[in-house]
Design a protein around this ligand. Structure first.
Ligand SMILES: Cc1cc2nc3c(=O)[nH]c(=O)nc-3n(C[C@H](O)[C@H](O)[C@H](O)COP(=O)(O)OP(=O)(O)OC[C@H]3O[C@@H](n4cnc5c(N)ncnc54)[C@H](O)[C@@H]3O)c2cc1C
Length: 367
């Protein structure tokens, strides 16, 4: 176990001395008055996804009592209290941040474990405002700079905006950073009133946020016809033109594109929409093919933490023992969930990380 410059009591005093002391947010506090003789008393502070997982874990351990619960979110708090009662425990005291008393924390004796499980800084309306980072730093932990991730992107101009609400399925999106292709994703994306969103855009956003922070040029290129290579697409166009030669260009596009995209395509390919299909020149055909495979957007920014599904960065994982989630710097201090420098793609991986680390931290703290 690492050398602990803080005694348990001093740790609480340290945190209480900071203005964010209340940010002992989702910590679980284990009061082992005497592990072998008396029941283990645990106060759960913060009851988010991982907090609830911690709680479930602790409730399953014989001899654990839960005298107190704390969370900023009163619905979660009520749910957590109900869990305790349904598990046959004595009804715990509940505290929201405003009511939270540091003095009370400082006065608690025999505190054996603190679990910081306060989530990240994203969607602060859910209660996660980054308190855990400040708390971790206050006891000597390093915090890898945080930034929004799984976050929608902003585009300049009005093209994306004019397509607001349009969702594209089965498209391939390439990410170009300073003109070099860095990644590609296949799937679904969405146009919004500010730019681009949807699963594949969100999945690319971490790299994009980092590139934008380094003032690099970021381009998203959409391949609207990923199932057709250039040759097949050209043949497909020729066939459409042959079959519908008397149709206007803009009507011909109905065979190829969702309606909302047609005016954008007409404008960006710079082909007269009223032109008959059989009058489209070979150069124009080439232009259309290129555009269908490479519909580009400059990325000018990203949305803020308030719209970011997760937070990248956080408490440095090198300073946490992955076998127990205990701090390598402070004995009895545990971390779980998004407060750590862990972030993953969409698909439930972030929730799984929160549940798994929460389970492990709860088990280790109470065990
Ligand atoms: C809209 C949205 C959709 C998402 N969809 C997915 C998805 O599909 N798949 C996926 O894997 N992940 C998803 N996530 C991310 C996932 O929800 C988080 O990664 C996960 O909830 C992190 O769990 P956590 O317990 O670490 O933090 P949280 O669930 O944020 O819990 C932190 C808790 O700490 C409390 N707290 C914070 N500060 C204090 C304080 N000072 N005092 C008291 N309490 C405090 C908060 O109130 C909160 O209850 C989504 C997130 C959002 C916002």
């Amino acid at each position: 176990m690492a050398k602990d410059p803080f005694t348990r009591r001093n740790f609480i005093k340290t945190t209480a001395a900071t203005t964010i002391g209340v940010s002992l947010a989702s910590p679980t506090m284990a009061f082992h008055q005497d592990k072998h003789v008396k029941p283990v008393r645990v106060a759960v502070i913060g009851t988010g996804n991982r907090g609830t997982s911690l709680l479930r874990n602790l409730l399953a351990i014989d001899g654990v009592e839960i005298p107190a619960l704390c969370d900023l979110n009163t619905d979660r708090l009520a749910f957590a209290r109900k869990m305790c009662v349904e598990a046959g425990k004595k009804e715990p005291e509940v505290y929201s941040k405003d009511e939270y008393s540091y003095k009370e924390l400082m006065d608690w004796e025999n505190l054996d474990a603190v679990i910081i499980a306060t989530g990240g800084a994203s969607y602060p309306s859910t209660g996660s405002t980054g308190d855990g980072y400040r708390l971790a730093e206050s006891v000597g932990h390093s915090v890898i700079p945080t930034r929004p991730s799984l976050v929608p992107l902003e585009t300049p101009g009005s093209t994306a905006q004019s397509l607001q609400g349009l969702s594209l399925r089965n498209v391939s999106v390439s990410l170009l950073i300073d003109a070099k292709k860095k990644d590609a994703k296949f799937g679904e994306m969405l146009f919004t009133h500010f730019g681009l969103s949807g699963p594949i855009i969100l999945s690319l956003s971490r790299q994009i946020v980092d590139a934008l922070n380094k003032i690099k040029r970021v381009i998203i290129s959409i391949d609207l016809k990923p199932a057709l290579d250039d040759k097949k697409l050209k043949l497909r166009l020729l066939r459409d033109i042959e079959q519908h030669g008397k149709q206007r260009y803009s009507s011909l596009l109905r065979e190829l594109l969702p309606r909302k995209l047609i005016p954008v395509c007409v404008k960006l390919t710079n082909i007269d929409g009223d032109k008959l299909a059989n009058q489209i020149s070979s150069n124009e055909r080439i232009r259309l093919c290129r555009w269908l495979k490479d519909f580009r957007f400059d990325i000018s920014g990203h949305r803020s933490y308030s719209e970011a599904i997760i937070t990248a960065g956080g408490v440095c994982t090198k300073e946490v023992d992955p076998r127990t989630m205990e701090s390598r710097l402070v004995n009895g201090l545990y971390f779980a969930g998004e407060v750590l420098d862990i972030d993953a793609d969409t698909g439930g991986f972030n929730l799984q990380a929160a549940f798994s680390t929460g389970w492990l931290a709860g088990q280790s703290a109470a065990g």
